[in-house]
Design a protein around this ligand. Structure first.
Ligand code: SF4
Ligand code: SF4
Length: 456
């Protein structure tokens, strides 16, 4: 005999029906104090996303992630591919920061700062409300109605325009405004690859925000899945106070009248009364909606609120536990290391390798020479006039054979150099030498390498 298991919210994603088809979510437009706060945060985040590549700090863009040229600018600090240790450190700090925040505040990043949510909920969804009305109006409209057809057409036209704008915002972060303007303003055949990338990305964003929507958060984003590992009973998240709300129903003793309003406003379609779920992006829309209901029925607000399971059960709020302290210490140490590393970063990056296949040459009876390939990258925004001096041994000589000693801002100097040493300074077949790269009297970098000589 086949046992029939009752269907619950855990059996399948809420936006997929029994036959496997998409259940389209028409979320009600939220209103309330949390929505106002979220709108303010979204405007700040959107302004940062749009303006950061245009703002210059020390002549560098505030934000640039030029992956193709392996050049990054973070708050005006230029970071090159050679600074991989710095990039790794920044990523480690970011990961610990996100983990720490998740442990304490749950998925607050998702609802408040993630570009996917900001664009979907604060841009596209608002345009949808504008053209199709709020969810009740939209539900009443018949799909075959010509009015809704033209409203949808207009909505999708605006969606396409916004998707093109978002593509431009994204490309500004990747290639910078100057190169983006060249793609836009110069003939297409001069920037064919860039043009194809723009079209492809625009189509991709349109598809994501017009059709795929909340499934990015509920099915694809790995961060949402980490919740199960990172959250504990003391993590703060949007939580339904089941102690106060249950038993539910219009005539029951609990405060929840089972009006379903918190579900109708949810952008991922879930019922927060079922407890913490990975689909919840902590957007707080259900808090606002339930507060409106509570006000109407003369009950205290915050039946749904930011709280922990521990807080609901005991009535005490606590965000501090052993794990929080441990993560905070790790984060503080990483931030100090990051600040010190950035502060002490060298303005140039030097490599000096012996010319392939060469060993040493005898210049005269007491002098030997080695040939090296020198490469110096200027990581700053100013031109540098460089001099090379031998620091160890002092009596040796160093000479630039090809190339110039003037290094342009963000430029690379490549040259062959010759080092002459007196036989008395040689310590064996291989002698350690130290080269100083100077700008005036200021030493920018010290480079240690080997000098080959004859066997004594
Ligand atoms: S909005 Fe509030 S009262 Fe209505 S079902 Fe949700 S939790 Fe219960
Ligand atoms: S349950 Fe509430 S906080 Fe979570 S996604 Fe839905 S509306 Fe937002």
């Amino acid at each position: 005999m086949e046992l029939e298991t009752p269907r619950t919210f855990r059996d399948r994603p809420i936006n997929i029906d029994d036959s496997g088809h998409r259940n389209w979510i028409y979320a009600k437009q939220p209103k309330g104090e949390w929505y106002t706060r979220r709108t303010i945060v979204a405007w700040i985040a959107l302004s940062f996303l749009v303006l950061a590549p245009f703002v210059k700090i020390n002549g560098n863009p505030m934000m640039l992630f030029d992956v193709a040229n392996r050049k990054f600018s973070i708050f005006g600090q230029l970071i090159w591919a050679q600074d991989t240790y710095l990039l790794s450190l920044i990523m480690a700090v970011a990961v610990v920061f996100i983990v720490l925040f998740t442990v304490i505040y749950g998925r607050v990043w998702c609802g408040w700062a993630c570009p996917q949510t900001i664009f979907l909920e604060m841009v596209y969804r608002r345009i949808e409300y504008l053209f199709e009305g709020n969810y009740r109006t939209r539900k009443k409209r018949d799909e075959s109605d010509s009015d809704i057809f033209f409203r949808k057409l207009a909505k999708h036209a605006v969606f396409i325009l916004i998707s093109i704008l978002i593509t431009n915002v994204f490309l500004n972060w990747i290639i910078g405004p100057e190169r983006l303007w060249a793609i836009i303003s110069e003939p297409i055949h001069d920037h064919l690859f860039g043009f194809i990338a723009m079209i492809t990305l625009s189509i991709f964003y349109y598809w994501i925000y017009a059709f795929f929507r909340e499934q990015v958060c509920t099915m694809i984003c790995p961060y949402g899945r980490l919740q199960g590992v990172l959250l504990d009973s003391k993590s703060i998240a949007v939580t339904y106070d089941y102690k106060r709300g249950n038993p539910r129903g219009p005539k029951s003793t609990g405060d929840c009248i089972d009006c379903h309003q918190c579900v109708s406003v949810c952008p991922t379609g879930i019922d927060i009364k079922n407890g913490s779920q990975l689909e919840c992006i902590n957007c707080t829309a259900c808090i606002d909606e339930c507060n409106i209901v509570m006000k109407r029925i003369n009950k205290p607000k915050n039946l749904i609120r930011f709280d922990s399971v521990y807080g609901i059960e005991t009535g005490k709020r606590s965000v501090l536990n052993a794990r929080t302290y441990a993560y905070s210490v790790v984060l503080a140490i990483l931030l100090i290391i990051l600040a010190v590393t950035i502060f002490n970063r060298k303005p140039i990056e030097t490599t000096m390798l012996r010319v392939q296949g060469s060993i040493f040459q005898k210049v005269d009876s007491v002098t030997f020479s080695n040939l090296y390939m020198l490469k110096i990258i200027n990581k700053t925004q100013s031109d540098k006039s460089l001099q090379l001096r031998l620091i160890m041994p002092k009596s040796g000589k160093i000479q630039l054979i090809t190339g110039q000693s003037l290094l342009k801002s963000q430029g690379t100097l490549e040259s062959v150099i010759i080092v002459n040493l007196n036989a008395k300074d040689l310590t064996g077949k291989s002698t350690l030498i130290e080269v100083g790269i100077f700008e005036g009297d200021r030493i920018l970098e010290r480079y240690v390498t080997n000098f080959l000589g004859p066997v004594n």
